[in-house]
Design a protein around this ligand. Structure first.
Ligand code: PAF
Length: 282
């Protein structure tokens, strides 16, 4: 595995692969890799001849009161895991490489509509930061494929929309969420949870499943379902941020005519913000 930090070296290796007629898949990450990330790399390997994984904790997608400084950084372990999977390149630029003129002077990409509400409502500017850095990574790597986890379902829809709207020649692939045996969605932020909190956190996935069952059995009182789910989370000791039932592909509020839904949820357990989602087709 090649470890690359500079754009020039990255571009020159990609150019050599292209001249040899090889296809490329990109897996953008912020590091602290777990089995969820490794499943993205495994998927990428099935799609393309060469796989590039980027590790960059992107300051542009963190709000002023968020956990940028404390975000877990485990570069040595991450590189070992990626080498074990025979990743071709790990690209680990620093902030100056990605934002040489500082964040204030940085051009940005805004993706309307689908960035609104849910995590976009609770974290203003978050999806602008995600869309901007992913555009930069797409331009640097020029991949044929890019893999993202379905756990960040709104992020996946933002990136798919942006790619389509801006005619970026990459196929965006969503990869199903990896879960602990308990059902808890794997996340770098789970590392902040105690064992007891991890057990409590499983209520999020259970509540999503209960809501999905209600929808499948014909209950389309989406507001009541969402309120009852929030009460359930509160009773278990979580502080719901949102729990909403949306149209799967547009993320607009679900209507009685819809048949494809996604239930999107975020809740705080102590200071840790958990997110999860579940797709439902009836
Ligand atoms: O999902 C993430 O880890 C990040 O939001 C991403 C896509 C790597 C952009 O920084």
């Amino acid at each position: 595995m090649q470890s690359i930090t500079e754009i020039k070296s990255l571009r020159s290796q990609i150019k050599a692969w292209r001249q040899a007629g090889l296809s490329v898949a990109l897996v953008p990450t912020m590091g602290n890799l777990h089995r969820g990330h490794f499943s993205l790399v495994e998927k990428a390997k099935t799609l393309a001849d060469k796989v590039v994984v980027s590790i960059f904790v992107n300051p542009m997608q963190f709000g002023a009161n968020e956990d940028l400084d404390n975000y877990p950084r485990t570069l040595n372990e991450d590189k070992q895991g990626l080498a074990d999977l025979e990743t071709d390149i790990v690209f680990t630029p620093n902030v100056e490489t990605i934002y040489p003129n500082g964040l204030g002077a940085q051009s940005f990409v805004d993706v309307p509509d689908v960035s609104m509400g849910y995590c976009g409502g609770s974290r203003p500017g978050h999806f602008r930061g995600v869309a901007t850095v992913v555009t930069k990574l797409f331009n640097l790597v020029q991949p044929d494929y890019a893999c993202f986890g379905e756990k960040d379902f709104q992020q996946l829809q933002v990136i798919k929309t942006m790619t389509r709207d801006l005619s970026i020649p990459v196929e965006v692939i969503g990869v199903p969420t990896m879960r602990e045996v308990s059902g808890l969605a794997m996340s770098s932020r789970n590392g902040y949870l105690s064992a007891a909190q991890k057990a409590t956190a499983t209520v999020l996935f259970k509540t999503l499943n209960e809501c999905a069952e209600q929808i499948k059995s014909g209950n389309k009182d989406f507001i009541a379902l969402s309120n009852s789910a929030k009460q359930n989370l509160e009773a278990a000791g979580l502080k719901p941020d949102y729990f909403e039932i949306a149209q799967r592909d547009t993320l607009k509020a679900a209507t009685l005519d819809d048949t494809q839904f996604v239930i999107l949820a975020a809740a705080f357990l102590g200071s840790v913000r958990l997110i999860d989602n579940l797709q439902v087709v009836i």
